[in-house]
Design a protein around this ligand. Structure first.
Ligand code: NAD
Ligand code: LMR
Length: 327
């Protein structure tokens, strides 16, 4: 029998996970032939609610779901797993920026980083979702030097999907007709959604929508979409965030289609003048479970300036959390 892949998920009784766990158990990350085991981590007061989630997982009778471990002990949850989805963290409310969460949420990532360092599989694939996601991933990386740093990533796939959706609506196209969207930078309002390389049915997207829309409407609409959802819903995006995580992980494991790429926040390799090691969103192509940053795109001065502003925000966040970096 195929050995199950073990996936640890933090904040498993929260909103995002309620939309995500069932899809993972149905095989949406590792594919339809791969059994999975779920290691679900929560804080102690939420263990009762987590037990209810497990009951519902059981009641779905998923053929690929091997077993479910529910725990409040990070050493149990993170022990030798193949992948970790770090969702557990406070969400922001109306009127807040994601960076306002840094003081409370940063501590979660320094402490879980240390545990991952101690009990984790050095090659485990990590996706940080809890906000501010890029800087939390940076904190985690600094506290987990035994883990392959290339495998510590943060989620910007939700932004990528938001950008695809906005462009499709504007151009009257289908999502599947669009290739080569890019999100550069931080998962924040400084992010840079960029259609410069995008094509729609093989034709340049920038010839099909006007430049004023691309600069003045598209970029801020995508960058501020999280706050718009909070305003409309009263709490932050959950199902679309869960979908972004599943897309991020399934692309990483199963690869990107020929001729296309996806956006992932990964440790910079210095491409485009971004500080090495900063967790920054780039376009990546993925084969055999490993990603490559697309490093040779011709970037306009307009986009470059915004990319640098997003880098500066990440540098500032890094300085704010200096005490958590274990260096
Ligand atoms: P939620 O409040 O519904 O759930 C969070 C869960 O995490 C809670 O059940 C809580 O008990 C648990 N938790 C808190 N500290 C924990 C710890 N140390 N260990 C384990 N579990 C812990 O929130 P949510 O809506 O699921 O959002 C979770 C995070 O994801 C927030 O920070 C939110 O801002 C972020 N988010 C990120 C993106 C993205 O695109 N990167 C998108 C949406 C939401
Ligand atoms: C999002 O982009 O929807 C999330 O990061 C939640 C938020 O705080 O906006």
């Amino acid at each position: 029998m195929t050995q199950p892949k073990r996936i640890a998920i933090t904040g498993a009784a929260g909103q995002i996970c309620y939309s995500m766990l069932f899809r993972i158990a149905a095989g949406e990350i590792y594919g339809p032939d791969q059994p999975v085991s779920l290691h679900l981590l929560e804080i102690t007061p939420a263990l009762g609610l987590l037990e209810a989630v497990k009951m519902e997982l059981d009641d779905c009778a998923f053929p690929l779901l091997n077993d479910v471990v529910c725990t409040d002990d990070p050493k149990v949850a993170l022990n030798k797993v193949d992948a970790v989805l770090f969702v557990g963290a406070k969400p922001r409310g109306p009127g807040m920026e994601r960076s306002d969460l840094i003081t409370d949420n940063g501590k979660i990532f320094s402490s879980l980083g240390k545990v991952l360092n101690e009990v984790g599989n050095p090659d485990c694939k990590v996706c940080v979702v809890g906000n501010p996601a890029n800087t939390n991933a940076y904190i985690l990386k600094a506290n987990a030097p035994n883990i392959n740093p290339r495998n510590i990533t943060a989620l910007t796939r939700l932004d990528h999907n938001r950008a695809l959706s906005q462009l499709a609506a504007k151009a009257g196209a289908r999502i599947g007709d669009i290739q080569k969207m890019v999100i550069w930078g931080n998962h924040s309002t400084t992010q840079v959604p960029d259609i410069s390389y995008a094509s729609i049915n093989g034709k340049a997207a920038s010839d099909m929508v006007d430049q004023t829309w691309a600069r003045e409407e598209f970029i801020p609409t995508v960058a501020k979409r999280g706050a718009e959802v909070i305003k409309a819903r009263g709490s932050s995006s959950a199902a679309s965030a869960a979908n972004g995580v599943i897309d991020h992980m399934s692309s990483w494991i199963q690869g990107t289609p020929d001729g296309d790429w996806v956006s992932m926040a990964v440790p910079s390799d210095g491409s485009y003048g971004i500080d090495e090691g900063l967790i920054y969103s780039f376009p990546v192509q993925i084969k055999n479970g490993d990603y490559t940053i697309i490093s040779d795109l011709d970037v306009s001065d307009f986009i470059k300036e915004k990319m640098m502003a997003s880098q500066q925000e990440l540098r500032d966040e890094r300085d704010t959390v200096a005490a958590l970096l274990n260096t």
